[in-house]
Design a protein around this ligand. Structure first.
Ligand code: FES
Length: 174
């Protein structure tokens, strides 16, 4: 009799331990399934535009790619045509070029010549203007604009915000 109730107690105790272990395993498994916070954040890059100097190229990294951010001076904006301005990201009246810094010819990283206000690709001599439009062959197309979302003075790369969607609808990203 005593043996039976002792066995019953042991059984319950073992069951309780097993249940706790089971829950712990489930929690551990759930943590394994969920992406780590850093991985979640890895798809996005936050850029603080308030620290960017005009006509001074900033290169950020997003999903392993270089991202060019160029704040334009009022003089640069004044001499732009519509096609150039259509590609600008305008934050509080200030124009920025945001583009993936890979030449659309064969993928070299162009350099910014601040005096000429153009991007020059050393690989085969291709050039892009300060809005990322291809102005000298062989690049077949403009620099690619990555998905972005403007939140105050911050740009979130990897997020499709309203300005990005507007560019998409206007066929600028095609
Ligand atoms: S890779 Fe840039 S011009 Fe060829």
């Amino acid at each position: 009799m005593e043996k039976t109730s002792r066995r019953g107690f042991m059984g319950k105790a073992f069951g309780a331990v097993a249940a706790v272990g089971g829950v712990a395993s489930l929690v551990a498994m759930k943590q394994t399934w969920d992406p780590l916070p850093s991985v979640k954040a890895a798809g996005f890059t936050e850029v603080d535009l308030s620290t960017v100097e005009a006509n001074c190229l900033v290169v950020e990294k997003w999903r392993g790619k270089p991202i060019f951010i160029l704040k334009k001076t009022a003089e640069m904006v004044a001499k732009q045509d519509e096609a150039q301005t259509a590609r600008d990201v305008i934050v509080d009246g200030t124009h920025y070029m945001i583009a993936i810094g890979l030449c659309t010819h064969l993928g070299c990283i162009p350099a910014y010549a601040d005096k000429k206000e153009i991007f020059q690709c050393a690989c085969h001599g291709g050039e892009f203007d300060s809005s990322g439009l291809d102005i000298k062959a062989p690049p077949p197309s403009p620099l690619v604009i990555p998905p972005f979302n403007v939140k105050g003075q911050t740009v979130m790369l990897g997020e499709e915000g309203p300005e990005y969607k507007k560019m998409k609808e206007a066929g600028i990203l095609a």
